[in-house]
Design a protein around this ligand. Structure first.
Ligand code: ATP
Ligand code: MG
Length: 541
């Protein structure tokens, strides 16, 4: 294969070549404690993408070992978001599906003398773990007999003890340089109802212990996760080896996706939602997949972004402007064009009577794109910023006595302005050159500027929504995210749009000429144009 392999693919190739595995299976393992974000898109890209590449399978695996934070609402949202990205899972399973098996394996570890019931409190366990430079201290309960351990563990399961009174620990090595191997807790008592198993259990397995078992029972061959699990891999392997798994799933870690101005921690995103800083998990400013979808970002742009960022072993941070550039590229190639005016200024062509229709290419980058007819008359709206009373020498848009071309229509000359009592320009009066129509221009006049417009007689009112980043650029150590909140990240105002925009399907993305990429929506029966991404990169290099 000529295609460049990433390091995960190289490992898989070796495993296939050596016969350690014969087919590839992965899993995408979200914890249903919040909505998925763009970082998870990377994990999906790696897990689903790798399986696809090898003709293997990828399961959707809900890591629901912690009953206190998980909700069915999140399970539903996760499924929806994976489908939005265009991935299909082979099987859907839950850690809780395997609770019986996970429990049986714990008894096997006890029987093998590899796990013991410990009476130390969580606090005492923490305090006897040692440090990075000093070994931990062995628990006084470490050498209980197999019989006693089995009896106590069964009593734990039966509900005889309170939360934190006892736990089950793996018996590994309190002097290991890897703190995760210092007799880690593998089961804890938690009298809490689980969203799926209800009150069946009052003991729950810890993630590090449950995960290799769930991987093995699903037939996962390669368990692809982010770098923070690297130090946990020895424990992952210890579980697999102690329980004799064959073929033992192999954990491979890759770098997290980090993007500037985006916070990708469910805990923080949840805080924003709960405190009402945003309209919900799907607020268009949120880096959640629900938010990105609501924003109007095509799923293929997200997948493409993940592919371009690539799979690496070292953490790094990606500029948000890069993500925006990928989105813009996709929309530029495929989004139909239309016109709208965000800050309207009335323009009257004094020598034009009647009305006509002018032709627009739906997307000039697409040669097969059809043409669309746009109504034109002597009463128009243009952007206030496209007219200047006090122009700089390089100002090529409309000015008194100057000419400009109305996009796909005529060249006009500005003759006069009308002001209100405060002296503000409320209307500009122009004349047009009848023989200057785009495509058949015989006027001989050169207009350097081209501006967009909408026909005042047929246009509709539109509410515009524009978004800035939720987080400001300023960043300093020790800063709380709330101090970086951009309080002006949402701007809402009213302008004008072609009537056509009120007639197209909701959810359609457009390039509003010279303005930006917007998604068409309807709210309470009225047209809303919601910004997806600006037209140009306004990132300061
Ligand atoms: P968060 O810290 O946002 O809650 P998490 O890692 O706890 O994220 P999980 O639901 O446990 O979220 O994640 C499911 C999978 O997605 C895990 O394998 C995790 O490593 C991966 N993942 C989470 N965030 C990122 C990211 N920024 N880049 C790549 N993968 C990620
Ligand atoms: Mg997590």
């Amino acid at each position: 294969m000529a295609e460049a392999q990433n390091f995960i693919e190289q490992i898989i190739d070796e495993d296939l070549a050596s016969g350690r595995v014969t087919q590839v299976q992965t899993r995408f393992p979200p914890e249903p404690n919040g909505y998925l974000h763009i970082g998870h898109a990377k994990s999906m890209f790696v897990n689903f993408g790798t399986a696809q590449k090898y003709g293997g399978k990828c399961n959707l695996f809900f890591d629901d070992t912690n009953p206190s934070k998980e909700k069915t609402e999140y399970v539903d949202a996760i499924r929806r978001d994976i489908r939005y990205l265009g991935y299909e899972w082979a099987k859907e399973c839950y850690a809780s599906d395997f609770f019986d098996k996970i429990y049986e394996y714990a008894e096997i570890l006890i029987e093998k003398g590899l796990a013991f019931v410990c009476d130390l409190s969580p606090e005492e366990i923490k305090n006897t773990r040692g440090t990075l430079t000093e070994p931990g201290t062995e628990s006084p309960y470490r050498n209980r007999s197999v019989e006693e351990n089995l009896k106590l563990f069964r009593e734990m399961r039966a509900g005889k003890y309170q939360d934190g009174e006892k736990c089950l620990r793996a018996k590994i090595d309190m002097a290991s340089p890897n703190v995760n191997l210092r007799d880690p807790v593998i089961y804890r008592i938690l009298h809490k109802e689980h969203h799926r198993t209800k009150d069946k259990w009052c003991i729950y397995p810890m993630y590090d212990y449950a995960h290799p078992i769930c991987d093995f029972l699903q037939g996962v061959t390669h368990s692809l996760c982010t770098l923070e699990f690297e130090d946990h891999r020895p424990l992952y392997d210890w579980v697999g080896i102690s329980l004799g798994f064959s073929p033992k799933p192999r954990q491979i870690e890759f770098a997290r996706l980090n993007v500037t101005n985006l916070v990708m921690s469910k805990r923080y995103l949840k805080k924003l939602v709960e405190e009402g800083s945003v309209h919900g998990w799907d607020d268009p400013r949120m880096p959640t997949l629900a938010g990105l979808r609501n924003r109007g970002i095509p799923a293929c742009a997200i997948r493409d972004f993940c592919a371009r960022v690539g799979v690496a072993k070292a953490n790094s941070e990606c500029e948000i402007s890069y993500f925006e550039a990928v989105v813009r590229e996709e929309l530029n190639a495929h989004a139909p064009r239309a016109m709208a005016i965000l800050d309207p200024l009335k323009l009257t062509i004094t020598n034009y009577t009647g009305s006509e229709e002018v032709e627009f290419e739906v997307n000039q980058l697409d040669p097969s794109s059809p043409k669309r007819k746009v109504p034109f008359s002597g009463e128009l709206y243009i952007e206030r910023s496209d007219f200047s009373l006090d122009p700089s020498p390089k100002y090529y848009r409309l000015k008194l006595g100057g000419v400009v071309r109305l996009k796909n229509a005529y060249i006009i000359r500005c003759d006069e302005v009308i002001r209100d009592e405060k002296g503000e320009v409320v209307e500009v009066l122009c004349t047009y050159l009848p023989d200057s129509k785009s495509g058949e221009d015989k006027s001989g006049v050169k207009a350097k500027g081209v501006i967009q417009w909408v026909d005042a007689k047929t246009c509709v009112e539109a509410t515009f929504k524009q978004y800035g980043h939720l987080l400001k650029d300023e960043e300093y150590p020790g800063q709380d995210f709330s101090e970086r909140m951009n309080e002006e990240s949402e701007k809402i105002f009213v302008g004008k749009a072609e009537k056509y925009l009120s007639e197209v399907e909701d959810g359609q993305a457009f390039q509003l000429l010279r303005t930006g990429y917007y998604k068409k929506c309807t709210e309470n029966g009225a047209l809303v144009l919601s910004e997806i991404v600006s037209l140009k990169d306004n990132f300061n290099k």
